[in-house]
Design a protein around this ligand. Sequence first.
Ligand SMILES: Cc1cc2nc3c(=O)[nH]c(=O)nc-3n(C[C@H](O)[C@H](O)[C@H](O)COP(=O)(O)OP(=O)(O)OC[C@H]3O[C@@H](n4cnc5c(N)ncnc54)[C@H](O)[C@@H]3O)c2cc1C
Length: 363
Amino acid sequence: MRLLIVGNGPGGVELAKQLSDEYEVAIIEQEDLPYYTKPMLSHYIAGAVKKEKLFPYSFEWYENKGIELRLGTKAEVIDRLRKKLITSAGELPYDLLVIATGASPREPMIEGKENLMPLRTLKDAEKIKKLVENEGDVLIVGGGFIGLELAGNLSKAGYRVKLVHRGSNLLGLDNELTELIMEELASKGVEFYLNANVLKADREGVFTEKGYIEGRVKICAIGIIPNKELALKSGIHAGRGILIDDRFRTSARDVYAIGDCAEYNGIICGTAKGAMGHARVLANLIRGKEDSYAFEFRSTVFKFGDFPIAIIGETKGEGHWLDNRTKVFLKEGKVVGAVIIKDVKKALELERKIKSRVSIDEL
Ligand SMILES: Cc1cc2nc3c(=O)[nH]c(=O)nc-3n(C[C@H](O)[C@H](O)[C@H](O)COP(=O)(O)OP(=O)(O)OC[C@H]3O[C@@H](n4cnc5c(N)ncnc54)[C@H](O)[C@@H]3O)c2cc1C
């Protein structure tokens, strides 16, 4: 059976890794690089890791695993009737096709948006790295995890960092946790501008509701847009992302979608951990082994410079501190989520307990 995977990100590669012993697997990728880890890009920009370290799998690795890697090849449209993928380099037959095309950075809809740079690919990172090294400071728009990772790593490396965020809370967390994150990063020199919606940008800075903030190197990290063009051109249903059911099936027969490009019940996964989780469950389903993915339950560990934080499950509503590093969230007497500051080693164990729906006394 021939499995074609479009996209060589963590979702696509994990799926290929899982199934290459059992199926004929090919990955189609428009970039011309083997897999690199996006969570390390801000470390690379800050000079904390060398470029080689971004590539965990060599070309030999793909070869030894029997994974055919077609780089520099764009998937254009799926001919569903003939079960062929039409690419920039010709047609490829498939028995099963998995779309793992990821997402693109959300563009700000403002005047002067060309003065803000996105960060998604290694190419983006290389451009940013050169500019920050020349300028010595950076202005980041967006208080999500990508903005905070970048702020943490660049401030650790000695750059002057300003973080501009339109809301009053970071990562969708409550005031108390937002304060803690800000305190931690501010102690490393990050300057925060919250409630500062960016209205316009020019070469020297950004105009916000809170006034003009100077910054020549400006990076925008305000969210992602799932890459759904391939599905749309192929007549496959899409909303915000490519619509899938709980078994990763799209509206087309034998075509699946995983990772950041997929939308299940309004949810876009948005993390490498999620994309790899999708891939592992889909691999089992393709093998004919029963498995399921808990789309609603999200958990990830982020590291903002030297400051790690684990965000597990639902983190809104009634919160209680278990100790000075762990805040848990309750719903109807059960623990439904937690945030762990710094002491993230215990995240896996806590996640397991939360998934088994314990009460706070059972933790
Ligand atoms: C700077 C940064 C830091 C991050 N930090 C973290 C972190 O700390 N923890 C975490 O869990 N996540 C993190 N993420 C998010 C994580 O990287 C993504 O959620 C993850 O990469 C999604 O994986 P994916 O396989 O769905 O898609 P992607 O990684 O986006 O890969 C999709 C691939 O498909 C290719 N493609 C798209 N369209 C086509 C086409 N038509 N034909 C051929 N190829 C195509 C793209 O070129 C791309 O290589 C970070 C992301 C960034 C940018």
